[in-house]
Design a protein around this ligand. Structure first.
Ligand code: C2E
Ligand code: MG
Ligand code: MG
Ligand code: MG
Length: 289
Protein backbone atom coordinates (compact mmCIF):
# COMPACT_ATOMS: atom_id res chain seq x y z
CA UNK A 1 0.00 0.00 0.00
CA UNK A 2 2.90 2.31 0.78
CA UNK A 3 4.19 1.59 -2.68
CA UNK A 4 0.80 2.38 -4.16
CA UNK A 5 0.53 5.71 -2.35
CA UNK A 6 4.10 6.50 -3.32
CA UNK A 7 3.19 5.89 -6.93
CA UNK A 8 0.11 8.08 -6.60
CA UNK A 9 2.19 10.71 -4.98
CA UNK A 10 4.67 10.60 -7.81
CA UNK A 11 1.87 10.65 -10.35
CA UNK A 12 0.41 13.72 -8.69
CA UNK A 13 3.80 15.37 -8.54
CA UNK A 14 4.46 14.64 -12.21
CA UNK A 15 1.07 16.02 -13.21
CA UNK A 16 1.55 19.12 -11.11
CA UNK A 17 5.02 19.67 -12.55
CA UNK A 18 3.61 19.19 -16.02
CA UNK A 19 0.97 21.81 -15.38
CA UNK A 20 3.48 24.23 -14.01
CA UNK A 21 5.77 23.73 -16.97
CA UNK A 22 2.80 24.25 -19.30
CA UNK A 23 1.91 27.53 -17.59
CA UNK A 24 5.50 28.57 -17.69
CA UNK A 25 5.88 27.79 -21.39
CA UNK A 26 2.58 29.54 -22.04
CA UNK A 27 3.78 32.67 -20.26
CA UNK A 28 7.09 32.65 -22.10
CA UNK A 29 5.19 32.32 -25.38
CA UNK A 30 2.84 35.14 -24.42
CA UNK A 31 5.81 37.43 -23.69
CA UNK A 32 7.44 36.47 -26.98
CA UNK A 33 4.22 37.17 -28.91
CA UNK A 34 3.87 40.47 -27.03
CA UNK A 35 7.34 41.53 -28.13
CA UNK A 36 6.82 40.38 -31.75
CA UNK A 37 3.43 42.06 -31.99
CA UNK A 38 4.48 45.33 -30.39
CA UNK A 39 2.22 44.99 -27.35
CA UNK A 40 4.81 46.54 -25.05
CA UNK A 41 5.00 50.28 -24.59
CA UNK A 42 7.42 52.47 -22.69
CA UNK A 43 5.89 55.03 -20.34
CA UNK A 44 7.96 57.90 -18.98
CA UNK A 45 7.78 59.55 -15.58
CA UNK A 46 9.46 62.97 -15.34
CA UNK A 47 11.98 63.96 -12.68
CA UNK A 48 12.51 67.52 -11.50
CA UNK A 49 15.77 69.07 -10.37
CA UNK A 50 14.99 71.03 -7.20
CA UNK A 51 17.73 73.60 -7.71
CA UNK A 52 16.44 74.74 -11.11
CA UNK A 53 12.84 73.67 -10.55
CA UNK A 54 12.86 72.22 -14.08
CA UNK A 55 12.46 68.80 -15.67
CA UNK A 56 15.85 67.10 -15.83
CA UNK A 57 15.03 63.57 -16.93
CA UNK A 58 12.55 60.73 -17.12
CA UNK A 59 12.40 57.13 -15.96
CA UNK A 60 11.39 54.58 -18.59
CA UNK A 61 8.77 52.14 -17.25
CA UNK A 62 7.45 49.27 -19.34
CA UNK A 63 3.73 48.63 -19.86
CA UNK A 64 2.00 45.71 -21.61
CA UNK A 65 -1.06 46.54 -23.71
CA UNK A 66 -2.58 43.07 -23.69
CA UNK A 67 -5.18 42.59 -26.46
CA UNK A 68 -7.62 40.83 -24.06
CA UNK A 69 -6.58 41.90 -20.58
CA UNK A 70 -5.85 45.57 -21.18
CA UNK A 71 -2.93 47.45 -19.68
CA UNK A 72 -0.70 45.21 -17.52
CA UNK A 73 1.75 46.73 -15.02
CA UNK A 74 5.37 45.51 -14.82
CA UNK A 75 4.84 44.18 -11.28
CA UNK A 76 2.83 41.32 -12.75
CA UNK A 77 5.14 40.21 -15.57
CA UNK A 78 8.74 41.34 -15.00
CA UNK A 79 9.51 38.46 -12.62
CA UNK A 80 8.10 35.97 -15.14
CA UNK A 81 10.17 37.61 -17.86
CA UNK A 82 13.19 37.15 -15.61
CA UNK A 83 12.43 33.47 -14.89
CA UNK A 84 11.91 32.65 -18.55
CA UNK A 85 14.90 34.64 -19.78
CA UNK A 86 12.61 36.82 -21.91
CA UNK A 87 13.85 39.81 -19.89
CA UNK A 88 16.92 39.93 -22.18
CA UNK A 89 15.09 40.67 -25.46
CA UNK A 90 12.46 42.73 -23.59
CA UNK A 91 15.08 44.72 -21.67
CA UNK A 92 16.99 45.36 -24.89
CA UNK A 93 13.79 46.62 -26.53
CA UNK A 94 13.08 48.99 -23.62
CA UNK A 95 16.61 50.40 -23.70
CA UNK A 96 16.53 50.87 -27.47
CA UNK A 97 13.09 52.49 -27.42
CA UNK A 98 13.99 54.80 -24.52
CA UNK A 99 17.31 55.86 -26.10
CA UNK A 100 15.67 56.54 -29.48
CA UNK A 101 13.02 58.62 -27.69
CA UNK A 102 15.63 60.58 -25.70
CA UNK A 103 17.50 61.29 -28.95
CA UNK A 104 14.26 62.59 -30.46
CA UNK A 105 13.71 64.90 -27.49
CA UNK A 106 17.29 66.19 -27.90
CA UNK A 107 16.59 66.98 -31.53
CA UNK A 108 13.38 68.77 -30.58
CA UNK A 109 15.47 71.05 -28.36
CA UNK A 110 14.78 69.33 -25.02
CA UNK A 111 18.46 68.68 -24.58
CA UNK A 112 18.53 68.60 -20.77
CA UNK A 113 16.40 65.46 -20.46
CA UNK A 114 18.17 62.23 -19.51
CA UNK A 115 16.49 58.82 -19.62
CA UNK A 116 16.77 56.18 -16.89
CA UNK A 117 16.30 52.50 -17.74
CA UNK A 118 15.76 49.73 -15.16
CA UNK A 119 17.88 46.58 -15.43
CA UNK A 120 17.48 43.06 -14.03
CA UNK A 121 20.15 40.81 -12.54
CA UNK A 122 19.39 38.18 -15.18
CA UNK A 123 20.61 40.51 -17.92
CA UNK A 124 24.02 40.85 -16.27
CA UNK A 125 24.43 37.09 -15.81
CA UNK A 126 23.32 36.21 -19.36
CA UNK A 127 24.64 38.93 -21.62
CA UNK A 128 27.30 41.57 -21.86
CA UNK A 129 25.36 44.65 -20.77
CA UNK A 130 28.25 47.05 -21.50
CA UNK A 131 28.36 45.86 -25.12
CA UNK A 132 24.60 46.15 -25.38
CA UNK A 133 24.71 49.73 -24.07
CA UNK A 134 27.47 50.75 -26.52
CA UNK A 135 25.63 49.18 -29.41
CA UNK A 136 22.33 50.90 -28.58
CA UNK A 137 23.98 54.29 -28.02
CA UNK A 138 25.74 54.09 -31.36
CA UNK A 139 22.62 52.81 -33.19
CA UNK A 140 20.40 55.57 -31.79
CA UNK A 141 23.04 58.33 -31.80
CA UNK A 142 22.23 59.24 -28.19
CA UNK A 143 25.07 60.78 -26.15
CA UNK A 144 26.16 58.47 -23.30
CA UNK A 145 25.58 61.14 -20.62
CA UNK A 146 21.86 61.16 -21.47
CA UNK A 147 21.52 57.52 -20.38
CA UNK A 148 21.15 56.42 -16.78
CA UNK A 149 20.86 52.79 -15.66
CA UNK A 150 18.99 51.81 -12.48
CA UNK A 151 20.08 48.76 -10.49
CA UNK A 152 18.79 47.53 -7.13
CA UNK A 153 20.82 46.44 -4.13
CA UNK A 154 19.71 42.82 -4.47
CA UNK A 155 21.56 42.66 -7.81
CA UNK A 156 24.88 43.33 -6.07
CA UNK A 157 24.86 40.44 -3.63
CA UNK A 158 25.81 37.48 -5.82
CA UNK A 159 28.55 37.32 -8.43
CA UNK A 160 29.72 40.73 -7.32
CA UNK A 161 33.13 40.48 -9.00
CA UNK A 162 31.52 40.13 -12.41
CA UNK A 163 29.03 42.84 -11.55
CA UNK A 164 31.82 45.20 -10.56
CA UNK A 165 33.63 44.61 -13.85
CA UNK A 166 30.45 45.15 -15.86
CA UNK A 167 29.61 48.36 -14.00
CA UNK A 168 33.13 49.74 -14.47
CA UNK A 169 32.88 49.08 -18.20
CA UNK A 170 29.49 50.78 -18.40
CA UNK A 171 30.73 53.71 -16.37
CA UNK A 172 33.72 54.08 -18.74
CA UNK A 173 31.24 54.60 -21.61
CA UNK A 174 29.98 57.68 -19.76
CA UNK A 175 26.62 56.33 -18.62
CA UNK A 176 25.23 57.28 -15.18
CA UNK A 177 24.73 54.48 -12.64
CA UNK A 178 21.91 54.72 -10.11
CA UNK A 179 21.22 52.59 -7.06
CA UNK A 180 17.40 52.21 -7.13
CA UNK A 181 15.04 51.63 -4.17
CA UNK A 182 17.79 52.49 -1.70
CA UNK A 183 16.95 51.45 1.82
CA UNK A 184 14.78 48.42 0.97
CA UNK A 185 17.54 45.83 0.57
CA UNK A 186 20.59 45.26 2.68
CA UNK A 187 21.72 48.85 2.20
CA UNK A 188 25.24 47.85 3.01
CA UNK A 189 27.50 50.87 3.01
CA UNK A 190 30.10 48.52 1.55
CA UNK A 191 28.12 48.53 -1.72
CA UNK A 192 28.48 52.29 -1.98
CA UNK A 193 32.20 51.96 -1.49
CA UNK A 194 32.70 49.00 -3.82
CA UNK A 195 30.48 49.92 -6.78
CA UNK A 196 30.80 53.06 -8.91
CA UNK A 197 27.32 54.54 -8.45
CA UNK A 198 26.66 58.19 -9.25
CA UNK A 199 23.14 58.47 -7.85
CA UNK A 200 21.21 57.08 -4.89
CA UNK A 201 17.47 56.79 -5.40
CA UNK A 202 15.73 56.90 -2.02
CA UNK A 203 12.90 54.38 -1.86
CA UNK A 204 9.36 55.66 -1.62
CA UNK A 205 8.81 53.75 1.64
CA UNK A 206 10.96 56.43 3.33
CA UNK A 207 9.51 59.33 1.39
CA UNK A 208 5.92 58.34 2.22
CA UNK A 209 6.13 59.42 5.88
CA UNK A 210 8.79 62.14 5.90
CA UNK A 211 6.31 64.79 6.97
CA UNK A 212 4.72 62.71 9.75
CA UNK A 213 7.42 60.35 11.03
CA UNK A 214 10.51 61.91 12.60
CA UNK A 215 12.53 58.75 12.08
CA UNK A 216 11.83 58.61 8.36
CA UNK A 217 12.58 62.32 8.07
CA UNK A 218 15.86 61.86 9.86
CA UNK A 219 16.83 58.75 7.85
CA UNK A 220 16.09 60.54 4.59
CA UNK A 221 18.11 63.56 5.65
CA UNK A 222 20.99 61.29 6.64
CA UNK A 223 20.94 59.48 3.28
CA UNK A 224 21.09 62.84 1.46
CA UNK A 225 23.99 64.04 3.63
CA UNK A 226 25.85 60.76 3.22
CA UNK A 227 25.38 60.87 -0.56
CA UNK A 228 26.71 64.44 -0.67
CA UNK A 229 29.83 63.55 1.25
CA UNK A 230 30.38 60.64 -1.16
CA UNK A 231 29.89 63.07 -4.09
CA UNK A 232 26.76 61.26 -5.17
CA UNK A 233 23.42 62.79 -6.21
CA UNK A 234 20.09 61.89 -4.61
CA UNK A 235 16.72 61.29 -6.19
CA UNK A 236 13.61 60.84 -4.03
CA UNK A 237 10.96 58.57 -5.58
CA UNK A 238 7.27 58.41 -4.75
CA UNK A 239 6.78 62.11 -3.98
CA UNK A 240 3.03 62.56 -3.73
CA UNK A 241 2.50 65.80 -1.78
CA UNK A 242 3.67 69.38 -1.67
CA UNK A 243 4.74 68.82 1.94
CA UNK A 244 7.06 65.98 0.97
CA UNK A 245 8.50 68.10 -1.82
CA UNK A 246 9.06 70.99 0.58
CA UNK A 247 10.88 68.80 3.06
CA UNK A 248 13.08 67.24 0.35
CA UNK A 249 13.89 70.70 -0.93
CA UNK A 250 14.81 71.89 2.58
CA UNK A 251 17.30 69.03 3.06
CA UNK A 252 18.79 69.69 -0.41
CA UNK A 253 17.77 66.47 -2.08
CA UNK A 254 18.82 66.98 -5.72
CA UNK A 255 15.95 65.50 -7.72
CA UNK A 256 12.35 64.43 -7.11
CA UNK A 257 10.02 62.05 -8.92
CA UNK A 258 6.47 61.03 -8.10
CA UNK A 259 2.75 61.38 -8.68
CA UNK A 260 2.81 64.94 -7.24
CA UNK A 261 4.67 65.97 -10.40
CA UNK A 262 3.26 63.41 -12.84
CA UNK A 263 2.33 59.76 -13.16
CA UNK A 264 4.21 57.75 -15.81
CA UNK A 265 2.69 58.73 -19.20
CA UNK A 266 3.27 57.75 -22.82
CA UNK A 267 5.86 59.42 -25.05
CA UNK A 268 3.38 61.73 -26.78
CA UNK A 269 1.97 62.98 -23.47
CA UNK A 270 5.45 63.51 -22.06
CA UNK A 271 6.48 65.47 -25.15
CA UNK A 272 3.42 67.67 -24.63
CA UNK A 273 4.41 68.22 -20.99
CA UNK A 274 7.94 69.25 -22.02
CA UNK A 275 6.52 71.64 -24.64
CA UNK A 276 4.20 73.29 -22.15
CA UNK A 277 6.92 73.75 -19.53
CA UNK A 278 9.77 74.71 -21.88
CA UNK A 279 11.96 77.25 -20.13
CA UNK A 280 9.68 77.52 -17.08
CA UNK A 281 10.24 75.90 -13.69
CA UNK A 282 7.71 73.21 -12.74
CA UNK A 283 8.13 73.86 -9.03
CA UNK A 284 9.55 77.00 -7.38
CA UNK A 285 13.32 76.87 -7.65
CA UNK A 286 15.30 76.69 -4.44
CA UNK A 287 15.65 80.12 -2.93
CA UNK A 288 18.98 79.40 -1.27
CA UNK A 289 21.72 78.62 -3.81
P1 C2E B 1 10.90 51.25 -9.87
O1 C2E B 1 12.06 51.21 -10.79
O2 C2E B 1 11.19 51.53 -8.44
O3 C2E B 1 9.90 52.33 -10.49
C1 C2E B 1 9.09 53.20 -9.73
C2 C2E B 1 7.68 52.67 -9.58
O4 C2E B 1 6.96 53.51 -8.67
C3 C2E B 1 6.87 52.69 -10.88
O5 C2E B 1 5.96 51.60 -10.87
C4 C2E B 1 6.11 54.02 -10.75
O6 C2E B 1 4.92 54.07 -11.51
C5 C2E B 1 5.82 54.03 -9.28
N1 C2E B 1 5.63 55.39 -8.77
C6 C2E B 1 6.19 56.53 -9.22
N2 C2E B 1 5.82 57.60 -8.48
C7 C2E B 1 4.98 57.13 -7.54
C8 C2E B 1 4.26 57.77 -6.46
O7 C2E B 1 4.30 58.97 -6.23
N3 C2E B 1 3.51 56.95 -5.67
C9 C2E B 1 3.42 55.61 -5.89
N4 C2E B 1 2.65 54.90 -5.06
N5 C2E B 1 4.10 54.98 -6.88
C10 C2E B 1 4.87 55.74 -7.70
P2 C2E B 1 5.79 50.64 -12.13
O8 C2E B 1 5.84 51.42 -13.40
O9 C2E B 1 4.58 49.79 -11.87
O10 C2E B 1 7.09 49.75 -12.08
C11 C2E B 1 7.31 48.85 -11.01
C12 C2E B 1 8.69 48.27 -11.07
O11 C2E B 1 8.82 47.41 -12.23
C13 C2E B 1 9.80 49.29 -11.21
O12 C2E B 1 10.08 49.85 -9.94
C14 C2E B 1 10.93 48.42 -11.75
O13 C2E B 1 11.56 47.72 -10.70
C15 C2E B 1 10.17 47.42 -12.61
N6 C2E B 1 10.29 47.82 -14.03
C16 C2E B 1 9.55 48.71 -14.74
N7 C2E B 1 9.97 48.78 -16.01
C17 C2E B 1 11.01 47.91 -16.11
C18 C2E B 1 11.90 47.52 -17.20
O14 C2E B 1 11.83 48.04 -18.33
N8 C2E B 1 12.85 46.58 -16.90
C19 C2E B 1 12.99 46.04 -15.66
N9 C2E B 1 13.96 45.12 -15.46
N10 C2E B 1 12.18 46.38 -14.63
C20 C2E B 1 11.22 47.31 -14.86
MG1 MG C 1 13.59 52.41 -11.15
MG1 MG D 1 12.62 52.74 -7.62
MG1 MG E 1 10.55 50.41 -6.68
Amino acid sequence: EAKESGRNCYKFYAQEMGRRIDQYVEMENALRVALDQNQFEVYYQPKVNLRSGKYCGVEALIRWNHPQNGMIQPGTFISLAEKSGMICPIGEWVMRTACAQAKEWCEMGFDDISVAVNLSAYQFSHENVANLVSRILSDTGLGAHYLELELTESMLISDSDNMLMALREIKAIGVTLTLDDFGTGYSSLAYLKRFPFDVIKIDRSFVRNITTDANDASLTKTIVLMAKSLKMKTVAEGVETQGQLGFLSSIKCDVVQGFYLSKPINAAALTELLRKQKGHPVVPRESVP
